[in-house]
Unconditional design. Sequence first.
Length: 120
Amino acid sequence: MKAIEMKFLLDENVAKSVAQGLREADFTVFHILDIGLVGATDEKVFAFAREKKLIIITHDKDFSNLIRFPLRKHYGVIILRLSNQTPPNVIFYLRRFLAARKNIKSKLVILSEGGARIIT
């Protein structure tokens, strides 16, 4: 069975070096800084990610609002709730989580050092 390709959009609150760390693990990653959406509203970021079929990675808890961002209306959202938000730590936990997942389409993931809570 063919694996589902996961492509990501890193919100501007995620260090740009995290994008490189994910690219080194063969993921397709875009950063807000590179696509002209710096300062855009969450709704604009959400709409862009949806249009391009990208999974959003962010530190912004606002993306967990299921009324504003319903589960069936996106390709996935990963909210980073790590106490240590340094790029190497973020990369470590993201790569570990993503290595074990085949598909997180339309799911909300809250990722912390203690594990991942997945809302479907």
